[in-house]
Ligand binder design. Structure first.
Ligand code: DCP
Ligand code: MG
Ligand code: MN
Length: 342
């Protein structure tokens, strides 16, 4: 998780990392979580190398890289190609799984099921598959959702949300997170976090906000509306909306919009979570785990007691007024959003 050096090292072994990433992504798409994870771990290790890797002996000594993966890495270095990846990339199965996996709302298992049912094209899905509401929306905007938008368009979308939200409740804190906050040149969607310093005024805001945005024609489709995050044991009053928006004017594209509304005492943890990246979040959570803490999108708890990986004591929440404070509890030097890709 080092920052400055990580940037340079990524360049030195970039060809290796890119190929491993491509392979890991493909394993992720087939839901081969174990392999996807070992590739991700190998990438992290290689990113830490301060020089060009140039022997098999050196690779096999790297922590967490076993013989089979080491051989593949050596193949990349020695021959400049990676046969298994090329086979994978050209296989019908992988291409169909990738095609289906890009439907919003379709995970690896559904993609596999569709493949097993004999579907091969998006048209097959449209005409023959049993689609959930989300998958229908995902299919309708298949091409549009695959396209990333420039930063200035994120600003335009943010401005619309701000206008409607502030008309309902003045003085809200409205912060665009995700890849936008990490400074990426293009964004896959717009991730907006909303809260209020008084700790109360954010309550009950989501539904009127969605209504207002719908009346103006800005929101075109809904994906997820949830008053509490069921997947978190300590959900609090988190509310979220995932949907589709369209800016007014000619030649506009449908864009994905995610809004999360949170109580102010959860602001820093939510900001950290929603800024990501997902990979970075995973390492932060793993680090917290090592300190017997628990980091979620709501809070950072200390004194957590775990047995066989399940919590028998959930611990007590720490005071986290800023992102900096979270880094500090985890004994990490602060990293600005631009340095949180990994
Ligand atoms: N997030 C996470 N784990 C996930 C999904 C998301 O921790 N499985 C967090 C980190 C992400 C943030 O939520 O940065 C926003 O999710 P997005 O899917 O919008 O991802 P990004 O904004 O980072 O990238 P993109 O430009 O593709 O939207
Ligand atoms: Mg995003
Ligand atoms: Mn998002």
């Amino acid at each position: 998780m080092s920052s400055q050096t990580a940037k340079k090292n990524t360049e030195i072994n970039k060809d290796i990392i890119d190929k491993l990433q491509a392979m890991g992504d493909l394993y992720g798409k087939t839901n081969d979580k174990w392999r996807a994870y070992s590739y991700q771990k190998a990438i992290t290790t290689i990113r830490r190398c301060t020089h060009r890797i140039n022997s098999y002996e050196e690779i096999i000594k790297l922590p967490g890289i076993g013989e089979s993966l080491a051989k593949k890495i050596w193949e990349i270095i020695d021959t400049g190609s990676f046969e298994k990846l090329e086979d994978f990339q050209s296989s019908e199965y992988m291409n169909v799984i990738t095609l289906f996996g890009n439907v919003w709302g379709c995970g690896p298992n559904i993609a596999k099921q569709w493949y097993d049912q004999g579907f091969r094209t998006l048209d097959d899905l449209r005409t023959k598959a049993k689609l959930s509401d989300n998958q229908q929306v995902g299919l309708k905007y298949y091409d549009e959702f695959l396209e990333r938008m420039p930063r200035n368009e994120v600003c335009e979308i943010e401005a619309v949300v701000k206008e409607h939200a502030l008309a309902l409740v003045p003085d809200l804190i409205i912060q665009t997170c995700g890849s936008y906050r990490r400074g990426k040149p293009t964004c896959g969607d717009v991730d907006i976090l909303i809260t209020h310093t008084d700790g109360i005024s954010h309550e009950g805001l989501l539904i009127p906000l969605i209504d207002s945005l719908k009346k103006s024609g800005f929101l075109t489709d809904d994906l997820v509306l949830s008053a509490s995050d069921k997947y978190e044991e300590d959900s609090g009053s988190h509310v979220k909306y995932y949907g589709v928006c369209l800016l007014p004017g000619e030649n506009r594209k449908h864009r994905r919009l995610d809004i999360i509304i949170i109580p102010h005492d959860e602001y820093a943890c939510a900001l950290l979570y929603f800024t990501g990246s997902a990979l970075f979040n995973r390492s932060m959570r793993a680090l917290a785990h090592r300190y017997n803490m628990y980091l979620s999108q709501h809070r950072l708890n200390t004194g957590v007691i775990r047995k066989n990986n399940s919590k028998i004591n959930t611990g007590t929440p720490l005071y986290t007024p800023t992102e900096e404070s979270i880094f500090k509890y985890l004994n990490l030097p602060y990293r600005p959003p631009e340095e949180r890709d990994h």
